[in-house]
Design a protein around this ligand. Structure first.
Ligand SMILES: Cc1cc2nc3c(=O)[nH]c(=O)nc-3n(C[C@H](O)[C@H](O)[C@H](O)COP(=O)(O)O)c2cc1C
Length: 315
């Protein structure tokens, strides 16, 4: 089946990192993509991401642009300007208020504006990711006009429910939209197997090899936190010092494009201090649910979030 191209337009509103991330996901999934960047889109890519040209943008989005075709925004005769060139639709991310106005009024003075006009007239999907604050009545009216004409207005307004610790946690691509392809499933499963085998073999270097350099380990609800490869090494060293015979007995596992979630029964002899719990010398058993978030671009786990009740460790 031939997949129709998605038009991705990047215009001069703040939020260039959203565009870079979106393009990275499209390119790494080999989604046919027609890329259009306005003059001010480039200005924002340079200012917010340090990316000056196609070559740098390509490198920042995974390096493989086999599915990406670049168009010059001044070329109003290029394929995206014509309704007969079939596309899956268009995303303008980020979308300046200037471009919102142009879309709302069908001005078509650049390839981006014309492509959006075509997408609307052909009743294809147009997604606008506007960024401006505060919004004037002009902005609001233009957004309403675009929405009335069929555009989806999707402001870059990330939720904070998952307590993001860094900007990259504000992933603009909703995790839920990731596809569970057999390849991704196998890759995540193999990574988890490598991680677990290293854990069983007390092979800390092997464990670290499955983690991104900025990985984070957390034990919740207490909130204890270890950062980076050095932090992950400390997490395991401290765990193995506290429970030299620690054993994870896997009860359940879910593998998906967001990572792995496992439920396990942990047993071990409490020989050293673990978090706030001094050694009891007792044989202990507790249940854990561990989430291993998987980084789509770097193809490794970004750490572990361990949910457990450690009150049984109290002396
Ligand atoms: C550093 C910088 C940041 C800007 N941020 C925004 C913004 O967040 N939202 C917006 O609507 N316009 C913003 N602008 C203004 C637009 O870039 C400007 O209106 C431009 O003409 C839009 O053209 P384009 O839509 O063809 O890219 C910004 C401009 C600069 C130079």
């Amino acid at each position: 089946m031939t997949r129709l191209p998605v038009i991705l337009a990047i215009t001069g509103a703040s939020g260039a990192p959203y565009a870079v991330r979106l393009l990275e996901v499209l390119a790494t999934h080999s989604v046919p993509t027609w890329l259009l960047v306005s003059t001010h889109g480039w200005r924002l890519l340079a200012q917010e991401c340090g990316l000056k040209d196609d070559r740098e943008l390509k490198k920042a989005t995974g390096g493989d642009w086999a599915s990406v075709r670049v168009f010059d925004d001044s070329d109003r005769g290029a394929a995206p300007a014509s309704g007969s060139a079939r596309t899956a639709g268009m995303v303008i991310c980020p979308c300046s208020m200037g471009t919102v106005a142009a879309v709302a009024h069908g001005t078509s003075r650049s390839l981006i504006e014309r492509a959006a006009d075509v997408v609307l007239k052909e009743r294809r999907k147009l997604i606008l990711v506007p960024r401006e604050t505060p919004l004037s009545l002009v902005h609001l009216r233009n957004l309403a006009l675009a929405a009335e004409a069929g555009a989806v207005v999707l402001p870059a307004a990330p939720g904070f429910y998952h307590k993001p610790a860094k900007v990259s946690d504000l992933d603009p691509v909703e995790l839920m939209r990731r596809e569970v392809t057999p390849e991704v499933y196998r890759e995540v499963r193999e990574l988890w197997k490598a991680h677990s085998m290293a854990e069983d073999g007390r092979d800390i270097a092997g464990l670290i090899a499955t983690l991104t350099p900025d990985c984070v380990y957390e034990v919740l609800p207490g909130g204890a936190r270890w950062e980076g490869h050095a932090g992950a090494t400390r997490f395991y060293t401290e765990l193995l010092a506290a429970f030299p015979d620690v054993h994870f007995d896997l009860q359940n596992i879910i593998i998906g494009p967001q990572g792995v979630c496992e439920e396990a029964k942990v047993t071990g002899t409490h020989r050293g201090t673990w978090l706030a719990y001094p050694a009891t010398g007792r044989r202990v058993e507790f249940r854990v649910v561990i989430f291993f978030p998987w980084d789509l671009a770097r193809r490794k786990f970004t750490g572990e979030r361990v949910f457990t009740d450690l009150s049984g460790l109290a002396g």
